[in-house]
Design a binder for this molecule. Structure first.
Ligand SMILES: [Cu+2]
Length: 119
C-alpha cells in the first residue's frame, strides 16, 4: 500500500513542478496602444505570456473571475506597480517598458503568475 502512496506523491510533486515552472503557454504578441484582456480565472492568468516591443505603450485589462483572496491584487514587481482587482470589474493598467527583458506579474503570494516578454 505504501508504494501507491509514494507513487501518488511523486506524481503530485511532478504535477506541481510542471504547473509552476514548466507550463509556458505560447506568448500573445500585441501592438502599439493595444489593450490586452487578461482573464483571471481558476488561479490562471489567460493569456499568461504577452510579448511587446520595448518602448511600446500598451494596456492590460484584468478581468477577475477568481473569488480567491489570492487574486485580489496583481503585482508588477520589477516595474514597482500593482493593481487592485475587484471581482468581475475590469481594471486597466497602462504600461510602457523601455528595457527589453522578462517582467513577471503575479498575485501577492507569487502563486498566480504571468510574464511580459519585452523585446
Ligand atoms: Cu496568491
Amino acid at each position: 500500500m505504501d508504494i501507491f502512496v509514494n507513487i501518488a506523491a511523486v506524481i503530485l510533486i511532478l504535477a506541481i513542478i510542471w504547473w509552476f515552472w514548466l507550463s509556458t503557454a505560447k506568448a500573445q504578441t500585441i501592438s502599439e496602444k493595444q489593450v490586452v484582456e487578461i482573464l483571471l480565472e481558476d488561479g490562471v492568468y489567460n493569456p499568461a505570456r504577452i510579448e511587446v516591443a520595448a518602448g511600446q505603450t500598451f494596456s492590460l485589462r484584468f478581468i477577475r473571475k477568481d473569488a480567491s483572496p489570492c487574486a485580489e491584487k496583481v503585482l508588477f514587481n520589477q516595474l514597482d506597480k500593482s493593481l487592485e482587482l475587484p471581482l468581475n470589474q475590469p481594471r486597466e493598467i497602462e504600461l510602457n517598458i523601455s528595457k527589453a527583458g522578462e517582467y513577471s506579474f503575479c498575485c501577492e503570494m507569487n502563486m498566480y503568475r504571468g510574464t511580459l516578454l519585452v523585446r
